[in-house]
Design a protein around this ligand. Sequence first.
Ligand code: NAI
Length: 310
Amino acid sequence: TYNAIRTLSTGAPDIQRLTVFGGGLMGAGIAQVAAQAGLKVAIADLSDQALENSRNIITKSLTRIARKKNPDDSAAQKQFVDGVFANLTTTTSAQEAIADSDLVIEAIVENLATKQELFRRLDGMADPKTIFASNTSSLSIRKIAEVCSDDRRKRFSGVHAFNPVPQMKLIEIISTSETQPEITEALLDLCKRMGKTPVQCADTPGFIVNRLLVPYLLEAIRMVERGDATAADIDTAMKLGAGVPMGPLELSDFVGLDTLSHIARGWREERVQTGEIDAKQVEEIKILDKLVSEGKKGRKSGEGFFNYSS
Ligand code: NAI
């Protein structure tokens, strides 16, 4: 059996075994980059079908990488993909998934009660040393961790990766007032081993990226609604005038208009009263809600502010 967590030279835990709960878009990506970095990774999800979906996402991504690495060598391509999969297991058993795990990263549905329910259950099953982390984009890490024991909350952090995980370099590491410094240090070390660039942030709405990005995107959508300028002209202006690679409306379509609307509503309902977010920044926007209700969710649905069907 597996002995107690080893430590880094600094005394921080050395993370070698990772369990990812929720093998969807994000969970599959996180599992993949960790397995590529040589960690032993277990993916847990609710059904065999979800796990198959997860393996398919990973196979597709790894195959693309393998073809780039060894364009003319299909044996080497297969060896690369098989090598990564040798570090990966999948299971529908939570108990099996967290046995011997140094770190659990949760990437299930973005719902506080559902996440709390999972962590409450895991807290009772996991080794006292196992570190817990959530990949939530918009919920409070402190609130998710609330259901765990005092000791576990000291080993609880946010690990916020970005979509698509294999391509995006950034990971935000979010500490609550209870997170121990050596836990943060262990997670920063892990991100670097996975080839990512970690940044640290307090447990505030949207962390760094979404805190700045979401109000900016919403304001661009308000400009369209007011008729200040067209979506196309706003995007051209920001690309050529502010040097951003993608204009705000195209970026909104990329993020997903439903996701954007969901984050704004969450902040409106949970974070305005607490004084964390200014009410004006997250006021409802008719044009955004209208597009979402018509099924125009952006790039993934083929249409949002722009049309992607062709
Ligand atoms: P997704 O819908 O692609 O995947 C969620 C997976 O979790 C599904 O496979 C589902 O079967 C599984 N699941 C649901 N409840 C579960 C449970 N109790 N136990 C085990 N598995 C369960 O969702 P996605 O996009 O991967 O998002 C996951 C999390 O990552 C959310 O918290 C989201 O806010 C966050 N996130 C999403 C980003 C994005 O761009 N999609 C970016 C960064 C964070």
